[in-house]
Design a protein around this ligand. Structure first.
Ligand SMILES: Nc1ncnc2c1ncn2[C@@H]1O[C@H](COP(=O)(O)OP(=O)(O)OP(=O)(O)O)[C@@H](O)[C@H]1O
Ligand SMILES: [Mg+2]
Length: 248
């Protein structure tokens, strides 16, 4: 966590002919807002193939010498064919990107391990909008799913993962989609939660906590069923639960 962190939240509108983009950004992290932030033409050479993961379109790039991750929100499932990247709504505060940005910002202020929010944007078109989010790249990190496809994760690391999830629950963060691709672990073993789309601060009682953990367990089981040699066992899960129960 950066000690001298002081966020300066700014709102601007940018765009060329036919595009009107509303942008919320942290002026302590970037100086200029341009289309390049959201539709980068220069990609960083990094060991991340983010385009092949979730529904969103994610690109890693360099901007003002920072390694950034730009995510363009996209529908999943059945809605994808029908709506593509369009969302209904006219208010900036309720748009996908702005909400995730604000949530990241609040969690970061609490010292929770999440990506640093840089900018969020929306482009309105009639009743619909399209949305983007830019965060700082968490360097040298892989998703838990990627680690497990390659090699087993040590019991102490599972325990640590459980502890981190517990910290979020203790701060009343409800992650709407806690799965093995939304947990990042860097080479030093630090654990981050990412992808807070549709997530919220909300009193997380016992039932909600259990549901959240059960969602993660289902995702790990699904990977294990689908990928031969996926390194996940009951004892790993017990280690995670032991970390979750740690009194720290
Ligand atoms: N700040 C970041 N640092 C490093 N990697 C990131 C960062 N943000 C995203 N990624 C990578 O990009 C992938 C996709 O990002 P994210 O989970 O936010 O969207 P998504 O899963 O595609 O969206 P959805 O859950 O709606 O399908 C992550 O699984 C992770 O590999
Ligand atoms: Mg994701």
């Amino acid at each position: 966590m950066s000690g001298a962190f002081e966020q300066q939240v700014q709102m601007v509108s940018i765009g060329g002919p036919g595009i009107h983009r509303q942008v919320l950004y942290d002026a302590s992290r970037i100086q200029q807002v341009s289309e390049q932030l959201f539709a980068p033409q220069q990609f960083a050479q990094l060991d991340i193939d983010a385009n092949t993961t979730g529904r969103a379109q994610v690109v890693v790039h360099l901007y003002e010498n920072r390694q950034l991750v730009s995510k363009h929100y996209h529908r999943g499932g059945m809605a994808a064919a029908l709506l593509g990247d369009r969302y209904l709504g006219r208010s900036a505060e309720n748009s996908r990107g702005f909400r995730e940005w604000c949530m990241l910002s609040a969690m970061q202020k609490q010292g929770l391990p999440v990506p640093v929010p840089i900018a969020a944007s929306r482009i309105q078109s009639g009743l619909w909008y399209r949305a983007d989010l830019v965060t700082e790249l968490i360097p040298d990190a892989q998703t838990l799913a990627d680690w497990l496809m390659r090699e087993p994760v040590e019991s102490a690391q599972w325990r640590q993962t459980g502890r981190v999830i517990r910290r979020f629950h203790n701060s009343n963060v409800h992650h709407a989609d806690l799965n093995a691709r939304n947990i990042l672990i860097d080479i030093s073993g630090q654990v981050f939660l990412i992808d807070f789309d549709k997530s919220a601060f909300r009193k997380t009682g016992k039932r909600l906590r259990e549901q959240n953990l059960a969602r993660l367990r289902r995702s790990l089981d699904k990977f294990a069923r689908q990928q031969a040699g996926f390194h996940f066992s009951d004892s790993d899960w017990r280690a995670l639960l032991a970390g979750y129960a740690d009194k720290a």
